[in-house]
Design a protein around this ligand. Structure first.
Ligand SMILES: Cc1cc2nc3c(=O)[nH]c(=O)nc-3n(C[C@H](O)[C@H](O)[C@H](O)COP(=O)(O)OP(=O)(O)OC[C@H]3O[C@@H](n4cnc5c(N)ncnc54)[C@H](O)[C@@H]3O)c2cc1C
Ligand SMILES: NC(=O)c1ccc[n+]([C@@H]2O[C@H](COP(=O)([O-])OP(=O)(O)OC[C@H]3O[C@@H](n4cnc5c(N)ncnc54)[C@H](O)[C@@H]3O)[C@@H](O)[C@H]2O)c1
Length: 453
């Protein structure tokens, strides 16, 4: 078997792996990167980017429907084949472009899953490769459901590649993935059923807003079954039959497709981490604030696969930057993330940054909760949108904004203003002093923080 040696061997070519690889290479280290799928990672190939391209079409249909009869004559009919072609015009070039970029930087590429065979060696493509440092950036993969008929389950990337809108679909789970796709497919005429094990959706989001989002999706035809425990899937002639228990009774529901949206887990199984003494738990590879493995100091982990959550693209990029720099100069960077904004890209968006109500109340003695329904406000009414609401949390002692949660058609953008405010420890008074454009959802946020009594 041939032997090779690099200063740094990186596993995974998503945003985390690529960011780390570029930093190491630009600092004149010899670098190799391995991926067992198409280069470029989840977000660009089969996640965020492709999703938002598809969602803009269902949003167009949704918004035209709201304005039908008051200026819009006909709701647009989509040519799904062309929508998919447009999506592929973004995703197809990702793997060759990524490979070209990395090769041009002088980085060696491997197209297989490496396996650790010792503390500083992996076996890949028939070679034994050793390295001074390893960076593991393998991301997350869909959680496997161990039920009868699991071979009939599809996952998020199958939804992204749908050749046509199915007549009916079941999502198991109601987190980010299920809610976004359920919204898209229901808007486009698919009968959507959600079977959720918990008693609510999006458990980590503000539940005052989640309730309103569930009601919105129900108005689009989505059927939610909470406290449902899926036990089996059986193939019928055209449909799949899902069996589940609900309130102590065994029930069944049929649909054309069944999507496993029960969460994503760290992609570590193929790596033989035990051979190198690298510790991992259910959240991923156990790392310190320098993203260095706690059990093996020459190994770093970054992105979704590290045990530092949440699993979102901007945080993976940041972690790749930290891991890469720490390989170049040990302990030069520390992960310190004050607040990470995120959005569930339903229509309307549910966006969140900073503390939730419960955590804010645990952290601060007195928390002022500004909460309300803004569906009667100009910005919602002009779009004929019936769902617009907010929860904003303020530390009463200092007047500092500590959390913001918004459900609106533009929440994905307006939450970034709130992220800047929280990051810079702005008080309500300072926030209100800022000039903003008019009319805008930004201006609305000042009004949200008015005392009603
Ligand atoms: C449908 C969907 C929608 C999403 N939408 C959003 C969104 O709107 N906003 C957001 O912020 N985040 C979103 N995410 C999450 C986001 O995609 C991830 O947080 C991000 O891509 C993680 O980047 P990463 O580099 O850590 O991992 P990844 O991008 O997953 O890269 C890991 C790479 O490692 C490779 N790999 C895995 N195992 C091995 C192995 N054994 N050997 C070699 N290579 C391996 C994989 O093939 C992959 O290329 C979404 C995810 C999904 C699935
Ligand atoms: N807009 C975004 O930023 C975005 C979009 C998609 C995905 N993501 C990332 O991908 C991750 C995975 O998304 P996801 O939606 O798959 O997971 P999730 O963790 O957000 O939600 C999973 C849901 O499935 C439920 N569940 C778990 N096991 C179940 C079972 N056996 N039966 C029924 N329900 C079950 C959970 O209670 C939960 O509600 C997210 O956590 C996020 O990090 C982000």
């Amino acid at each position: 078997m041939k032997n090779k040696h690099y200063n740094v061997f990186i596993i995974g070519s998503g945003v985390a792996g690529q960011t780390a690889a570029e930093i190491c290479r630009k600092n004149n280290l010899t670098v190799a990167i391995a991926d067992n799928r198409e280069f470029g990672g989840t977000c660009a190939n089969r996640g965020c980017d492709s999703k938002r391209i598809l969602l803009q079409f269902s949003k167009l249909v949704y918004r035209s429907r709201n304005l039908k009869g008051i200026g819009v004559k006909r709701v647009p009919k989509l040519n799904w084949k062309k929508v998919q072609k447009f999506k592929r015009s973004f995703s197809n070039p990702i793997p060759p472009n990524t490979e070209e970029k990395l090769t041009d930087l002088g980085i060696a590429l491997y197209h297989q899953s490496p396996k650790f065979i010792s503390e500083n060696q992996v076996e890949v493509e028939g070679k034994v490769v050793s390295a001074d440092h390893f960076i593991i950036a393998t991301g997350n993969i869909p959680r496997e459901l161990d039920i009868e008929g699991k071979e009939f389950l599809k996952v998020s990337e199958d939804v992204l590649d749908l050749k046509k809108i199915p007549k009916s679909i079941i999502f198991i789970g109601s987190g980010y993935i299920a809610m976004e796709f359920a919204c898209m497919l229901a808007t486009l005429g698919c009968k959507v059923t959600i079977l959720e094990r918990d008693n609510t959706s999006l458990a980590n989001f503000d539940q005052y807003l989640v309730k309103k989002l569930i009601a919105k999706l129900e108005s689009l035809g989505v059927v939610f079954v909470f406290n449902a425990d899926v036990t089996a899937i059986k193939k019928l002639k055209k449909n799949l039959k899902v069996s589940y228990t609900h309130e102590g009774k065994l029930k069944t529901h049929k649909s054309r497709k069944v999507i496993n949206a029960t969460g994503r887990v760290p992609a570590i199984e193929a790596l033989q981490l035990d051979k190198a003494g690298i510790d991992a738990d259910k959240d991923g590879i156990v790392v310190n604030d320098h993203l260095q493995s706690k059990s093996h100091s020459n190994v770093y982990a970054c992105g979704d696969v590290s045990n530092k959550s949440p699993s979102l693209t901007p945080l993976s990029g940041l972690q790749g930057y930290i891991a890469g720099n720490n390989v170049v100069k040990e302990k030069s960077k520390t992960l310190d993330v004050p607040c990470v904004p995120s959005t569930v890209f339903t229509t309307p968006n549910l966006s969140s940054v900073g503390y939730g109500e419960e955590d804010a109340k645990a952290r601060y003695k007195n928390v002022k909760v500004y909460q309300g329904d803004s569906s009667g406000w100009y910005n919602a009414k002009k779009e004929q949108e019936d769902t617009y609401a907010y929860t904003i949390l303020v530390n009463e002692r200092t007047d500092e904004i500590v959390g913001a949660h918004i459900l609106s058609t533009e929440a994905n953008e307006s939450i970034n203003v709130m992220a800047a405010a929280i990051y810079n420890k702005m008080t309500v008074k300072e926030f209100k002093r800022m000039m903003m454009t008019y009319p805008s959802f930004g201006m609305d946020m000042k009004k949200m923080m008015e005392n009603k009594e």
